[in-house]
Design a protein around this ligand. Sequence first.
Ligand code: GDG
Length: 468
Amino acid sequence: MGRLIVVSNRVATPTETKGSAGGLAVGVFGALKDAGGVWFGWSGDVVSETVANAGPQLVEEDPVTFATVGLTRKDYDQYYRGFSNATLWPVFHYRNDLARYERDEYAGYRRVNAWLAHKLKKLIEPDDNIWIHDYHLIPFAEALRSEGVKNRIGFFLHIPFPSPQVLQTIPPHEELVRSLCCYDLLGFQTRNDQQAFHDYIAREAHGKVVESGENKEHGEIEAYGRKLRTGVYRIGVFPDEIAEQAARYESRQHVLDLKQSLEGRKLIMSVDRLDYSKGLVERFHAFEQLLEQAPDWRGNVTLVQIAPPTRSDVASYKAIREELEREAGRINGRFSGLDYTPIRYLSQQYDRWKLMSLFRESQIGFVTPLHDGMNLVAKEYVAAQNPNDPGVLVLSIFAGAAAELSGALFVNPHDSAGMAEALQTALGMPLDERKARYHTNMEALRRNDLGVWRDTFLSDLASVPQPT
Ligand code: GDG
């Protein structure tokens, strides 16, 4: 068995991979620890050209090497802030209205991918399997191939894959799909995403698609002179670790303080990176509608929205932040009392263990993205519940997680009246029904945890014939 090489835009720090931090970093690091290998990517720093070219910096945590490089200002602007986050991210989330396309940014995106692949090449051994993550790195396999790399290379897309018509709004859409076909295995979060890719291959690329297996989730593709496989790999969490963490911290001071400040009011919890794909404004409007249409709940229910800012130097992110602050202020102005603030909007990062214990304390997890590859918060919310008195997950049908968490109450985030009704239903839901829904969801989480996601992808990658 060869080693594993993981490539992602950002590389977790060794501390982020330790158990208590939780999350994806821990899951991926688990696979690296088992196989030995390298985690390669951007350090998160913007540096001079000299420093960038001197990299990668290596940190050894036997048997894993963390290898990172800095990016120059120009590379950061074109590759990260530009094409990745101002073109690919909005279009892949069906927000063409927020997307822009600049040729020089696309050129920068490809240039950085080629440069990163060149840097990585020296660290690759002949038997290594290589696992590339997410939309920043679509051309990475193509770049490695042109460096002569013959290893198996897999790619996992963490965000949705858009339908062909939407993808075609990106002028070099065909080059992007051609680049994807240089991988040996492509992994998607849901069957819908995989199908959208297959549609492009069949209809636009005039390639061959053979679907097989349960729910047709295994694809064999022939396109652009290459053969590759596709699959659906639903990313998960480690539910029992989350449950244990949430229970362990439930009597910590921050939870007691929150409880005291709520004075017996019901609590709705939402946690998202501050991103327009997460449906935050629509959610605030739904909560406003609840207070409007069910006056009994005024003064008796609080929404806590934790939303740490991300990508704050991309224009559309500044706009969503301003809109959210304005709306929280307006709704609070309308419904606050001297001792009551309906929305507590916290635009900052919290420790993971705090989030999990706050989830456990709440009656509703309100997760309403407009589009989301999976949405791990929905899964974490369920896992953190007290089995004897679980809260209710109110979940958007447009989260990838909706395909698995059939015990949720489903909502359409474009229907604020419908979301308000779902909140009312959840607030009044009897204990028996809450327990039944919780058990249904927990079973799904355990069946398909983060380890299953990782191990299935890697064993499928290892079974692909080595390219010649
Ligand atoms: C992408 C895809 C897909 C959030 N705020 C804080 C915090 N978080 C943690 C959550 C969760 C993670 O960040 C967010 O994951 P999501 O899945 O919800 O969303 P994205 O960041 O958009 O992730 C998504 C995912 O990749 C994995 O494939 O599910 O669809 O968009 O774990 O808990 N963590 C801490 N403090 C915070 O304030 N510590």
